[in-house]
Ligand binder design. Structure first.
Ligand code: B1M
Length: 217
């Protein structure tokens, strides 16, 4: 199989046998590590989602796929170049969380890596983060922005509730939202209405960085 298909297959099959060798080969062949993630590895993940949807994979198998994806991202991370101001984290502090009720964290952790490598200080609160946990963290960390991730359809609704809870505590720092089930339209019609600060939709991790950079300017 060509390299691209082999890479996708590690994710689909949830196996790490040979993965690192092929990732090293890909590092030579691709322009940058992120295009390996966004290309073949994401193609594999999309396939996993489809197979799972069609009942051809069970949760335990999807978990194996997630493990392979995490291992791949961890292997690639040291090769992602930190930008010149990457070390001083001087662009601002961003809180990141996967919303309450949602365990999906691969996308959020990718956002963490990309922001951290590009001059932001990231405080990653993890998964299933409740409004109260977020509010406490905002009061403790005094971030410049809050990033919410969620992949389930119900997580989009949870973002609306979370925005509302933050507003009730007079929190209005800019909010960055992302995740597969979310759309720009939903963000602008539903989430924005429940929040006093800016709410910005990011379609992927790189777009998240672009938006964060605009906020920092
Ligand atoms: Co689940 N899962 N899952 N899952 N899972 C989905 C999301 C699903 C679409 C699969 C499907 O049915 N086709 C479906 C959701 C249906 C829906 O509501 N629309 C689903 C389901 C149903 C479930 C369970 C309910 C299954 C069950 O138990 N019956 C369950 C839910 C548990 C819970 O959360 N309470 C569940 C569990 C799991 C696993 C634990 C097995 C595992 C997650 C492991 C983990 O994350 N640690 C898992 C996985 C791996 C997936 C799929 C296959 C892949 C997700 C992923 O990691 N993608 C997913 C199908 C799919 O998306 N194709 C699926 C790779 C990742 C890099 O992309 O996270 O989208 P993503 O991030 C992107 C963008 O969205 C964006 O940037 C990233 C790319 O650059 N982004 C942001 C994300 N967050 C951002 C934040 C930002 C900016 C951009 O700023 C803050």
């Amino acid at each position: 199989l060509p390299l691209e298909e082999r890479l996708a297959l590690y994710i689909v099959e949830g196996t790490k046998d040979g993965l690192y060798e092929d990732l090293d080969e890909a590092l030579e062949a691709y322009d940058d590590p992120l295009s390996i993630i966004n290309g073949p590895l994401m193609n594999g993940m999309d396939k996993v989602g489809k197979l799972f949807n069609d009942n051809e994979l069970i949760v335990a198998e999807v978990l194996q796929s997630a493990e392979a994806m995490k291992a791949a991202v961890a292997h690639l991370e040291p090769h992602m170049e930190a930008k010149e101001d990457g070390d001083d984290r001087g662009k601002g502090k961003i809180l990141l969380a996967t919303v309450k009720g949602d365990v999906h964290d691969i996308g959020k952790n990718l956002v963490d890596i990309i922001l951290s490598n590009n001059g932001f200080q990231v405080v990653n609160l993890g998964i299933k983060v409740t409004s109260n946990e977020l509010i406490e963290a905002v009061e403790r960390e005094k971030p410049d922005a809050i990033g919410l991730s969620g992949l389930l359809v119900k997580s989009t609704q949870q973002m609306v509730l979370t925005a509302n809870d933050l507003r009730e505590r007079a929190i209005d720092v800019p909010m960055l939202v992302g995740g597969a089930a979310l759309t720009r339209k939903f963000t602008e019609t539903k989430i924005t209405k429940q929040y006093n600060g800016l709410v910005l939709y990011a379609k992927d991790a790189m777009n998240g960085l672009e938006i964060a950079n605009q906020l920092a300017d």
